[in-house]
Design a protein around this ligand. Structure first.
Ligand code: FMN
Length: 208
């Protein structure tokens, strides 16, 4: 609804006992509480409703120390959501610089953890943005979580994003789908379904 704001995210000391899973959400906009944050907030709220802990991390600053702080958080996170505004029909330069460092530093802490990308735009460039962000996940064998449309919201302000009813629904369904997958993985683990065996990486350069 116009002008309606999201309920505040749960603070750490208010978290329910028994929350065993955690999702790290990276906000790749230099605007801390803008449109991308609004979209991620809806995903986080839905995850919280499913009993899963969340943290939205400000990743719009790609300084090495900030990236390192996110890498530490990824060690204990069970899943990852990366959000970005669309800049020139692509992810923000800030999130690309952030992710290039983040994935190579986080490495094995990403393996097999569910992941999703979210794009926020005034109008165009969303699917190209999602495609770029999703490539980080597929390199690290992360199951990619989807919704009932591609994960995008439209707006130039948080209020406009909240008026994008379809976009907000996409975020809620994405959160529920991620919660479901996390619980399935946990149930599988408890019943002896372990992560797959991996192999030493083979790297070729198209030349023998
Ligand atoms: C430098 C810059 C470039 C942008 N390029 C696009 C674009 O190519 N397509 C588009 O639809 N919106 C574009 N926008 C608008 C933003 O994507 C949009 O306002 C977004 O929701 C902002 O998210 P934020 O509040 O999280 O930063 C651009 C904004 C900026 C500042």
């Amino acid at each position: 609804m116009p002008g309606q704001h999201l309920p505040p995210l749960r603070k750490k000391n208010e978290q329910k006992e028994g929350w065993i899973m955690k999702v790290l959400l990276l906000n790749g906009s230099p605007r801390k509480e803008g449109c991308t944050f609004t979209a991620l907030g809806e995903v986080a709220r839905t995850l919280n409703e499913a009993g899963i802990e969340t943290e939205i991390f400000q990743a719009g600053n790609p300084d090495k120390e900030n990236v390192k702080a996110a890498v530490q958080k990824m060690k204990v996170a069970d899943a990852l959501v990366v959000g970005s505004p669309v800049y020139w029909a692509s992810p923000s330069g800030q999130i690309i610089e952030f992710m290039d460092q983040f994935v190579s530093m986080a490495g094995n802490d990403l393996l097999y953890k569910p992941a999703a990308a979210v794009a926020s735009a005034r109008r165009a460039g969303t699917t190209a943005t999602l495609e770029v962000l999703t490539k980080y996940f597929s390199f690290y064998q992360m199951p990619i979580v989807s919704s009932n449309y591609w994960n995008m919201v439209h707006g130039n302000t948080p209020d406009e994003v909240q008026q994008d009813e379809e976009g907000m629904q996409i975020m809620r369904i994405l959160g529920r789908n991620m919660a479901w997958l996390l619980k399935c993985i946990e149930a599988g683990r408890k019943n002896g379904v372990d992560m797959p065996e991996t192999e030493e990486k083979i790297k070729t350069n198209f030349i023998r």
